[in-house]
Ligand binder design. Structure first.
Ligand code: GLU
Length: 471
């Protein structure tokens, strides 16, 4: 790890919680966009100091979410817990330079003194700030506290929030090393960000107060502070803080619901950041456009309609084979497995239905008509349509279709129009019974698309079957 670099280095530093939260995903994306837009590096640090929560599965869940979103780090991930010795080394450095001190108060004594200070309307200051232990005391357990400068303003120039000010006395002498020798969060973050050469810290504004504390630690160590950019959190559609009742919070749930990762990236980039009125854009545009000036200071609201709209756009753009594979996965999860012929059919259907689907499972629903096993069952409504003169027309349509050269949507649309003309009726009289015979009444696109999707042979077969069944 180097700290000398003029290029932009950003990082995403999640604490494993069991899944990648959508807010975390957006933080990762902003960091990734900013780094990539500036020819810099995007790094990942797993903040795994909470040993109970940081299980292998919890860490894997983070990477799975990031992989799905296609947000990859430019270097091997850093694991915070493994760097504890380095953190302790820096604590020692702060002790040596007088920026930190050993505090021999027990937790109970600290609590009592804190209560007393509060009752007197004062800020708590440990008596050990200005005291050396006697030889007898020196062997006792201690914590290490950062010696904050008193009586001055602490200023953070935030790229999103502007200049933010705190009174140093209100910040407490932060514990930077616990009595069991474990370094604490704010100290570890500063040391890691510094050692990783991080130039820009982009994260949720719930960390803004930490920036004040971290800024002081940077100053004490004589290290250059990174640029801080604290982004407003994501709220639910009703404006309240995002919670389970608003719906999915984990990235993998969005994957399971049938959103495409590029749609999520597009939507998440727009969530709290804007480039004019642009709603639909790709990664390259986002990388070029992303800047701190476009970040909104007010919390962003999750809008599922907008997300669906963005997803529909990216489904239209997506490769057919990829969509067919995703749809096959959805069908498999519903217990429907496809043989090679069905897979081939699915691939033929996808381009004919993808312009109307907002989510991948809709593709699975809308493709069903093509995957039916012949002879297909006719629902009641379809049977109702396949009677009387419609049946005569159906058999004439069957014959007419055998003559058609070039089995394409365009050709078939024109030919069906011609057939209606020949019959002396509007197409509205043909479509419903033809659809009934070809699909049995399940959801399907326009007739010409149905014919192309199932192919000439099967189309004729279904018409024959319908004529047979309704005789
Ligand atoms: N580990 C912290 C979190 O998951 C983020 C720390 C940071 O970005 O500085 O909220």
């Amino acid at each position: 790890m180097t700290s000398l670099s003029s290029t932009v280095v950003t990082r995403f530093a999640p604490s494993p919680t069991g899944y990648l939260h959508i807010g975390g995903a957006r933080t990762a994306l902003f960091n990734w966009l900013y780094a990539k837009g500036h020819g810099g590096k995007f790094l990942i640090r797993i903040e795994d100091t909470d040993r109970e929560r940081s299980t292998d599965e919890a860490v894997k869940a983070i990477f799975d979410g990031l992989d799905w979103l296609n947000l990859h780090a430019d270097e091997e991930p850093v694991y915070q817990f493994s760097r504890a010795d380095r953190h302790r080394e820096v604590v020692q450095q702060l002790l040596d330079t007088g920026h930190a001190y050993r505090d021999y108060l027990s937790a109970e004594e600290t609590g009592a003194l804190r209560d007393q200070a509060k009752a007197e309307g004062k800020d708590f200051v440990s008596p050990w700030r200005d005291r050396e232990p006697t030889d007898a005391e020196a062997g006792n357990p201690f914590t290490v506290r950062f010696r904050r400068p008193l009586g001055q303003s602490v200023i953070v120039d935030d790229a999103v929030q502007g200049t933010v000010r705190w009174e140093s006395s209100a910040l407490d002498d932060l514990v930077i090393l616990r009595s069991d020798g474990a370094p604490t969060y704010n100290l570890a973050v500063v040391v890691d960000d510094h050692d990783m050469g991080v130039t820009h810290v982009i994260r949720g504004d719930d960390h803004l107060n930490n920036a004040a504390r971290q800024g002081l630690i940077y100053d004490a160590l004589g290290w250059t502070r990174p640029t801080f950019a604290h982004i407003p959190l994501i709220h639910g559609p009703d404006g309240a803080k995002l919670s389970k009742r608003h719906g999915a919070q984990a990235v993998h749930e969005y994957a399971e619901m049938g959103y495409l990762p590029e749609a999520m990236r597009n939507y998440l980039a727009r969530l709290g950041w804007a480039h004019g009125d642009d709603e639909l854009f790709d990664d390259e545009q986002a990388k070029t456009w992303f800047d701190f000036g476009g970040i909104n200071k007010a919390p962003a609201r999750l809008d599922f309609d907008k997300l669906a709209h963005v997803n529909a756009h990216w489904i239209r753009q997506a490769d057919d084979q990829r969509l067919a594979d995703l749809t096959t996965g959805v069908l498999a999860s519903r217990g429907q497995t496809l043989d090679a012929a069905a897979r081939e059919k699915l691939l033929r259907v996808i381009p004919l239905i993808k312009d109307r689907a907002k989510m991948v499972p809709e593709l699975a629903d809308q493709a069903q008509f093509a995957l039916l096993v012949n002879p297909i069952a006719l629902n009641e409504k379809s049977r109702g349509l396949l009677q009387g003169e419609n049946l005569d027309r159906l058999s004439r349509l069957r014959e007419f279709l055998t003559e058609i050269q070039g089995w394409s949507v365009e050709n078939l649309e024109a030919s069906l129009k011609l057939f209606a003309e020949k019959e002396g009726v509007g197409f509205g009289k043909i479509g419903p019974f033809a659809r009934a015979a070809l699909t049995g009444g399940v959801p399907a696109p326009d007739i010409a698309k149905i014919l192309v999707a199932i192919g000439r042979d099967e189309s004729l077969q279904r018409l024959d079957d319908a004529l047979q069944q309704t005789k």
